[in-house]
Design a protein around this ligand. Structure first.
Ligand code: SF4
Ligand code: FES
Length: 249
């Protein structure tokens, strides 16, 4: 396959940035999108041009690092459901196609370089309360604590969130509600997490607001792009948890 790429290039956080065109030639349809970028970068390096900076780590949909807006859609529009950029294959594109590649765009995710943005705002939301600090004992104790199947299943569904930030990038309000609600709901289902549930939701929502994420206006763009198919039902659950919690924590 031969493709034309329009790629966002930005030297650093101060640079205004711009789209630049590159030719991607002799691309195998069996390559992943990131492998295609690796090939383009090898060519750029050989020509003495600085390679395109982009994030990746596991390349199997686990870590949440890959974060590309492809033809206007976080993780790409034409992919199998429940997959991230690293699991998108070039056979999903047409030979001769022009593909536009941009970073996540949100005030709380400033671009560091090219396609790499700083998502440490998510880390600070987790540090505000996305953990269990009560003593839950050793592993055998945890296994002896019965948890209903429905609660366990729902906690696992919420725990699937990989913290990629596509939900923010897709939302016109740059809302982080899907991410935060997955983390809040995951722990709120479980007996170990219930002890701190009221403090947790207040603190995580306060940090989310402080980071500059917008609010939810129920248009579900987040759910549509989420590589882990996190349901907007969790936003409703987080709102219920929030209303149950005391105002001062
Ligand atoms: S809710 Fe989905 S899109 Fe948002 S951070 Fe988690 S996995 Fe990514
Ligand atoms: S590189 Fe880890 S989820 Fe894509």
């Amino acid at each position: 396959m031969n493709l034309t790429l329009k790629v966002w290039r930005q030297k650093n956080g101060q640079d205004q940035g711009r789209l630049e065109s590159y030719e991607a030639q002799n691309i195998s349809p069996d390559m992943s999108f990131l492998e295609m970028l690796d090939v383009v970068n090898e060519g750029l390096t050989q020509q003495g041009v600085e390679p395109i900076a982009f994030d990746s780590d596991c390349r199997e949909g686990i870590c949440g690092m890959c974060s590309l807006v492809i033809n206007g859609v976080p993780h790409g529009a034409d992919r199998e459901s429940g997959t991230a950029t690293c699991q998108l294959h070039m056979r999903r594109f047409k030979d001769g196609e022009t593909i536009t590649i941009e970073p996540w765009r949100a005030q709380a995710f400033p671009v560091l370089k090219d396609l790499v943005c700083n998502r440490s705002s998510f880390d600070r939301i987790i540090a505000a309360g996305g953990f269990v600090s009560v003593d839950t004992g050793g592993t055998p104790d945890a296994n002896t604590l019965p948890i209903g199947k429905n609660a366990a299943d729902r906690a696992m569904d919420a725990a699937a969130c990989i913290g990629c930030g596509a939900c923010v990038a897709a939302c016109k309000n740059a809302s982080a509600m899907l991410f935060v609600s997955a983390k809040v709901s995951h722990l709120a289902q479980l007996p170990q997490g219930k002890v701190e549930a009221k403090d947790r939701v207040r603190k995580m929502v306060a940090q989310m607001d402080a980071e500059g994420f917008g609010n939810c206006s129920n248009q579900s763009e987040c759910e549509a792009v989420c590589p882990k198919e996190i349901s907007v039902d969790f936003i409703a659950q987080m709102n219920r948890e929030y209303l149950k919690s005391p105002r001062e924590v």
